[in-house]
Design a protein around this ligand. Sequence first.
Ligand SMILES: Nc1nc2c(ncn2[C@@H]2O[C@H](COP(=O)(O)OP(=O)(O)OP(=O)(O)O)[C@@H](O)[C@H]2O)c(=O)[nH]1
Ligand SMILES: [Mg+2]
Length: 322
Amino acid sequence: MNLQEIPTIGTADELIDRALRRASRVEESVRNTDYRARLTAVRKIHSVADNIANPLHSYVKVFPSFDTIHPFDRSIIDLTVGVDKLRKALGAADWARKEVLMIGTRYVPKARARKSAENTMKIMSEAYTKMTNILRQISKHLDFLISARSIFRNLPNVDTEQPLAVFAGAPNVGKSSLIGAISTGKPEVKSYPFTTKGVSLGHIKAKYDIIQVMDTPGLLDRPDLDRNDMEKQGIAALNHLEPVIVFLTDLSGTSGYSVETQKSLHEELKTRYSDYPWIDVYSKSDLEPEASLEYDDSISVSVMNNEGVEELKSELINIFFE
Ligand SMILES: Nc1nc2c(ncn2[C@@H]2O[C@H](COP(=O)(O)OP(=O)(O)OP(=O)(O)O)[C@@H](O)[C@H]2O)c(=O)[nH]1
Ligand SMILES: [Mg+2]
């Protein structure tokens, strides 16, 4: 199951409503009133138990197992929803499933043993209350799973078998603009830093092949320990996906991050990921540079007048396929 394709999850109230509604349709056509009450109660208790336990079981099953998922996905899950919290919520759902089934098993013989229809109904409603209370107890955890699911839907679905280039650099230097210009990706672009809050993916079609390009939140020039969870998403991509790095440096001064600062970030990443293929891009080349820099083999790019965009595309194709 893909992280991005987890089916809808119901709230506690929705699950309760549905289970009770289904049980209310259960009828027996035996003549004897007391006997009919017993048969009906038994079937209704089973029905409520199953209609609560089955969806809970499917929720627990559709979330990926943390031991087998790709370390990148694991990191991103941890940085967005928290692996421990997710584990706890899934644990609670599984606990509730077992409890509800146990209550069902315990109450069926009780319902069967009652003589009068009235007493049987009492037992049945006691079983209903117990089962629905269990579900109410875990309603916060179900709400958490619902929000986790909606976060997962927007996470990049990286194909680790296919080429990947990660666009990195200081905040506000034009990473998202360039992803938007060069690929199918349409990340948000704003004139202030930290617009991009998480990693996202675009695709470049190159003849018969596809190159995945990843937008990342801006990185500050500081040690990992001090980095926030947004920055850590970009670092996780570099650490776990071993991509080609496209490093953007904004020489125009409009990003708010000095060339010196960007150079220092450049040095840090370059040393750290010295094994990875690397492309240097000077962004916003339509603007007057504030300072000059001499990285080898750099490409000047502007999304304003489209300078260098095709050149960068060719360079990526070169690196991956030639
Ligand atoms: N003149 C000019 N402005 C650009 C160019 N590329 C981006 N910008 C502007 O620079 C600002 C930041 O662009 P983004 O693409 O959001 O930058 P980013 O690196 O993704 O920023 P964060 O996500 O916050 O790290 C926006 O106001 C863009 O319009 C360019 O080639 N030329
Ligand atoms: Mg951005």
